[in-house]
Design a protein around this ligand. Structure first.
Ligand code: GTP
Ligand code: MG
Length: 150
């Protein structure tokens, strides 16, 4: 089953939006299979954002991601990678559509509340980077028959 990695960034935690954000993915019908509150090391932050290493915003991004607790999570469901990206919205919250997380709660690209893997292969890399296999729980919600046509 398809899985994606997401992280509620330190601004989302500080602003008390953890419950609201989890609620949206639960209500949508995706299944939570991994969840932890953590203070991210500089090493992990740099590995996670390695593709942006040469960008001018990289040092500020790493500083921000390591500045306070973050909620790391893995969600499961058909099409979850692309659907979660849609629910998160455009990178710049000022351009993000209303109804998306960034569109509803943000105004600044450097404080855009949440990360979501951008492709299935990226999700696999990020899940392995952030979670050990023991931290991931495989389970099937009892309501699945009311959610997905078999
Ligand atoms: P993530 O889910 O966090 O990876 O965001 P994204 O996939 O929508 O955007 P991208 O991977 O291109 O950029 C990673 C993160 O770097 C963004 O979420 C922003 O927080 C930050 N970022 C990207 N572009 C800029 C920029 O031009 N200025 C600043 N300050 N931050 C940026
Ligand atoms: Mg990205």
């Amino acid at each position: 089953m398809e899985r994606t990695f997401m992280a509620i960034k330190p601004d989302g935690v500080q602003r008390g939006l953890v419950g609201e954000i989890l609620r949206r993915f639960e209500a949508k019908g995706f299944t939570l299979v991994g969840l932890k509150l953590m203070h991210v090391s500089k090493e992990l932050a740099e590995k996670h954002y390695d593709v942006h290493r040469e960008r001018p915003f990289f040092p500020g991004l790493v500083e921000f991601i390591t500045s306070g607790p973050l909620v790391a999570m893995v969600w499961e469901g058909d099409g979850v990678v692309a659907s979660a990206r849609k629910m998160i919205g455009a990178t710049n919250p000022l351009s993000a559509e209303p109804g998306t997380i960034r569109g509803d709660f943000g105004i600044s690209i450097g404080r855009n509340l949440i990360h979501g893997s951008d492709a299935i292969e990226t999700a696999q890399r990020e899940i392995a980077l952030w979670f050990s296999s023991e931290e991931l729980v495989s389970w099937q919600p009892a309501a699945v028959a009311w959610l997905v046509e078999s």
